[in-house]
Design a protein around this ligand. Structure first.
Ligand SMILES: Nc1ncnc2c1ncn2[C@@H]1O[C@H](COP(=O)(O)OP(=O)(O)OP(=O)(O)O)[C@@H](O)[C@H]1O
Ligand SMILES: [Mg+2]
Length: 229
């Protein structure tokens, strides 16, 4: 599978915006981009749902179900939102749906849910491995899909710790980190923000990019976010 898995240091840190910017960059360069989001929660919340923004940015014609096989109204962790709906998120269904999404284009942009250690399912039986009755985390899905990571993070105070923890959780599991993207990056960054960018790059030994504030309504106005994908 060719593409990227966009995770973040947590919820509401800009994963969707970063994933959309990557999808738009690839699509503008002439690639056929498809998108995937394992589970969308909070459909009751106002504003555009993640799968709709990703589809628009990619110029994709995938259906809601093709992009996001599990969609829930409460703004809860995916495993809880599924439980409230009387079901369980099945890793095999996620892997199959992601593979189908990837097969529809030449590069897949996948957005995670929350951060890397968020459970998609709290207990999964995996008889073929020694991980019996383990939770299935967002990180497990990134590994199963074999995609490298991009980490969305805030530019401001607190981001060094959150970002370095996420890099460590990724690398300790064998995931490749392509880049960290700080978003939204201010037009006139403060000394703290500049220092955060440089500190994450040097302590995390990682490429750090920045994404300015975007007009989400108009992808044609977005700057390119090239990551060598
Ligand atoms: N570069 C940017 N330009 C415009 N808005 C941004 C930018 N970066 C972040 N935001 C805003 O920050 C908020 C959170 O961003 P986003 O929805 O991408 O986060 P998320 O990590 O995908 O959240 P969730 O965990 O709910 O999926 C949104 O209101 C979004 O519009
Ligand atoms: Mg999102």
């Amino acid at each position: 599978m060719r593409g990227v898995f966009v995770t973040g240091t947590g919820t509401e840190v800009g994963k969707s915006v970063v994933a959309a910017a990557i999808a738009n960059t690839l699509s503008t360069a002439g690639r056929k981009v498809t998108v995937f989001k394992p589970a969308v929660t909070g459909l009751d919340d106002p504003g555009e749902a993640d799968h709709a923004l990703l589809r628009r940015a990619a110029g994709s014609s995938q259906s809601d179900a093709e992009i996001a096989p599990y969609r829930y109204r409460p703004p809860a962790s995916p495993h809880l939102a599924a439980e409230m709906a009387g079901e369980m998120i099945e890793p095999e269904r996620l892997r199959t749906a992601a593979a189908e999404a990837a097969a529809g284009g030449d590069v897949l942009v996948c957005e995670g849910v929350g951060g890397l250690l968020v459970p998609l399912a709290s207990r999964v039986r995996t008889p073929m491995s020694d991980k019996v009755d383990q939770p299935y985390l967002v990180r497990d899905l990134a590994l199963d899909l074999g995609l490298p990571l991009v980490i969305a993070a805030s530019p401001g105070l607190g981001t060094i710790n959150h970002t370095l923890l996420t890099i460590e959780a990724a690398r300790s599991a064998g995931l490749e980190v392509v880049a960290v993207v700080l978003t939204p990056w201010p037009d006139q960054p403060s000394q703290i923000e500049e220092s955060n960018r440089d500190t994450i790059a040097s302590l995390g030994e990682v490429d750090v990019k920045t994404l300015p504030h975007l007009n989400l309504e108009d992808p044609t106005s977005w700057p390119s976010l090239p990551l060598g994908l």
